[in-house]
Ligand binder design. Structure first.
Ligand code: 5GP
Length: 189
């Protein structure tokens, strides 16, 4: 299992899309969230959009590998059912998580590989403002969080700087290929 993490606005989503083209064995697990759906997002594609009550019910039923409260108290969680579906298909799971969730998976899931995506603060601010789907207050909150999150890079296995999207995507793909090859070697008798 691969976990891509890093601050909001670092370009994790774009990198993952490029990565999926380069390494076809991978599939992204669709998370659940209580945040509202953005324009263009489809339920079951970007996220499963749940009410707070439904999210709580699933958390109590232990349906999440990990779940966290994020900005403005919105909740995000990795569904065990998604991971089971992907491994039943014989594919390798990729998760896109904020830092606390990524640390939880790194601690709890043996063999998980974490990759931190970093970007310069001005670049992060530009991307977050460009996205501009959140209210101004919430963008400020996300920028402040992104600054503090950049200092956490050392807690993860790998770090890739996303200053050039093609170069960064190739770097992440190289990490994934190496780790998959290594895992294959180790599982052989
Ligand atoms: P956004 O609201 O911009 O889609 O996502 C906000 C943050 O939540 C991003 O950093 C994203 O990686 C993270 N995230 C998405 N799904 C999950 C999840 O299932 N668990 C955790 N811990 N974080 C998630």
């Amino acid at each position: 299992m691969f976990v891509v993490t890093g601050p909001s606005g670092a370009g994790k989503g774009t990198l993952i899309n490029g990565l999926l083209d380069l390494v076809p064995a991978l599939e992204v697990a669709v998370s659940a969230t209580t945040r509202s759906q953005r324009r263009g997002e489809v339920d079951g594609r970007e996220y499963w959009f749940l009410t707070d009550e439904e999210f709580s019910r699933r958390a109590e039923a232990d349906e999440f590998l990990e779940h966290v409260p994020y900005v403005s108290g919105q909740r995000y969680g990795t569904l065990r059912s998604e991971m089971e579906r992907i491994s039943a298909e014989g594919r390798v799971c990729v998760l896109e998580l904020e830092l606390e969730g990524a640390l939880a998976v790194q601690r709890d899931v043996e063999g998980s590989v974490t990759i931190f995506i970093a970007a310069d603060v001005p670049e992060l601010e530009r991307r977050l403002r460009e996205r501009a789907t959140e209210s101004t207050g919430e963008i400020g909150e996300r920028i402040a969080l992104a600054r503090s999150q950049l200092e956490q890079a050392h807690r993860f296995r790998y770090m890739v700087r996303n200053d050039d999207v093609d170069r960064a995507t190739a770097a992440v793909a190289a990490i994934v290929e190496c780790e998959l090859a290594l895992a294959g070697t180790m599982s052989r008798p």
